[in-house]
Design a protein around this ligand. Structure first.
Ligand code: AMP
Ligand code: MG
Length: 420
């Protein structure tokens, strides 16, 4: 038994040839490590990348106390507790154009949202409640000290970490980095993911189908899923079910990439060489998971490259990718902490057939009825029916121990939004 397999079989006490989903997920996640390389990018080019270091606030954000409303900056001490107070207008403070002087007693300054609070002022009175009268601004009673003032450093204090290493850079982070004046950031290098399809029946696009052939769709879903995650997707084409061709493909993929994904050829059929080839060139950790679809799945390593031998069925490819590969890729990309897919419980309006002793991932449609979110299964659930993935907007997760689901029972769903 090779070392990886040994580590894994010792880890759980489960038969390494049939392992529960949760355990497989954890074992994979524990083994993979973030890639070491980093690069410095202009902020906009960093969208979709992962921060390689903490980014500290170089200054307070906002940099000055400023007004949250349009109105008048006043000295709270000037305001009469009961009755109105008339103040003399001393000038204006607009966003980007501060009031130059010190606000003297008995005066106020016209101020707009974002305008810097003048020295001496501490409170803003909104324009809607004041009255202009004989060159004076009349303020009603019952104002609160400090109202409508955004404090310097309220968003971020100078020197505090604004963003932590491991943070994926999304639109909010681009804006936050810009608000800190950071023109460039250090990010992890892009993860290189090579993939190929296996099967003598597969036909590539652009070639007419011969009898018994199917178009290779897995390379397209894999390309999409990897690209969406921000990986460099390296397409190595279709590989015949021949040991020599598979060996050459694995060697090339492992040399070029951090992670290698294959589809097909992992069940026990005559032509299923993937597992054997992975074991010959490197190590295989396990190859059967107690789940449906996607039971055969190999995980292993050749040299420094991690391998995922995904099943051939198009739906199983997507399900195993999102249930196992996604988290591993996130960790390799440097994301910390790695969060599982969001999952929540809703009533299921259709009956689901389910056998205890394995996790099942069915295609579902989340919908709203009488103000409540519910889910129903898509019509066809065959693991070859990619159409069901396209029709669905979520995966219904029926847990390991559970049996049949009756209409109205609660089930877990993982929404697709942002994934597919
Ligand atoms: P396998 O695991 O290789 O026996 O494949 C299981 C099923 O998935 C077979 O019906 C294959 O034809 C189909 N399949 C495998 N690879 C692909 C692919 N790349 N695109 C579409 N269907 C595939
Ligand atoms: Mg095959």
């Amino acid at each position: 038994m090779n070392s990886l397999l040994k580590t894994l079989s010792c880890a759980g006490g489960h038969d390494p040839e049939s392992i529960p989903v949760e355990q497989a997920r954890k074992l994979i996640l524990d083994l993979v490590e973030p890639v070491a390389g980093t690069e410095r990018l202009f902020v906009r080019n960093a969208l979709g990348r992962v921060l390689a270091e903490d980014v500290l606030a170089t200054a307070n954000v906002p940099g000055h106390d400023n007004s949250a409303m349009d109105g008048y900056a006043v000295r709270f001490a000037d305001l009469a507790p009961e009755g109105e107070t008339a103040l003399r207008l001393a000038g204006s403070a607009f966003a980007g154009r501060a009031f130059a002087g010190h606000l003297e007693a008995g005066h106020c300054v016209r101020i707009m949202t974002g305008g810097v609070i003048p020295e001496g002022a501490d409170t803003v009175v909104i324009q809607e409640v004041v009255r202009a009268e004989n060159e004076r601004i009349v303020v009603p009673p019952k104002q609160r000290q400090g109202q409508h003032v955004r404090r310097a450093g309220e968003d971020l204090r100078q020197g505090s970490p604004a963003l932590r290493a491991g943070k994926p850079i999304r639109p909010a982070e681009l804006g936050l980095l810009a608000s800190l004046g950071a023109a460039e950031v250090n990010v992890r290098r892009r993860l290189r993911a090579a993939f190929f399809s296996t099967g003598d029946e597969l036909c590539s696009l652009g070639t007419p189908l011969k009898a018994g052939e199917v178009y290779d769709s897995n390379r397209y879903t894999l390309f999409g899923m990897l690209t969406r995650m921000g990986c460099e997707a390296i397409d190595l084409g279709v590989v015949r079910d021949e040991p020599a061709a598979l060996e050459a493909a694995f060697r090339r993929a492992a040399a070029e990439a951090d992670v290698v994904l294959t589809s097909g050829g992992v069940s026990v059929g005559e032509a299923d060489f993937i597992r054997g080839m992975m074991a010959k060139l490197g190590e295989v950790a396990f190859w059967k998971i107690a789940m449906r679809p996607g039971r055969p799945m190999a995980f292993g390593k050749i040299g420094d490259a991690w391998l995922f031998g995904l099943p051939g069925n198009p739906v199983a490819v997507m399900v195993t990718f999102y249930e196992f590969v996604r988290e591993a890729l996130l960790k390799m990309m440097g994301v910390a902490p790695v969060e599982p897919l969001p999952q929540f419980r809703v009533p299921c309006t259709t009956a689901l057939k389910k056998r205890p002793g394995r996790s099942e991932f069915q295609r579902g449609i989340l919908f709203r009825e009488n103000e409540e979110w519910k889910v129903r299964a898509t019509g066809t659930q065959g693991s070859g029916v990619l159409h069901s993935m396209s029709e669905a907007n979520c995966i219904i997760v029926v847990e390991h121990e559970r049996g049949n689901v009756e209409p109205g029972e609660l089930v877990d769903v993982q929404p697709f939004e942002g994934l597919v």
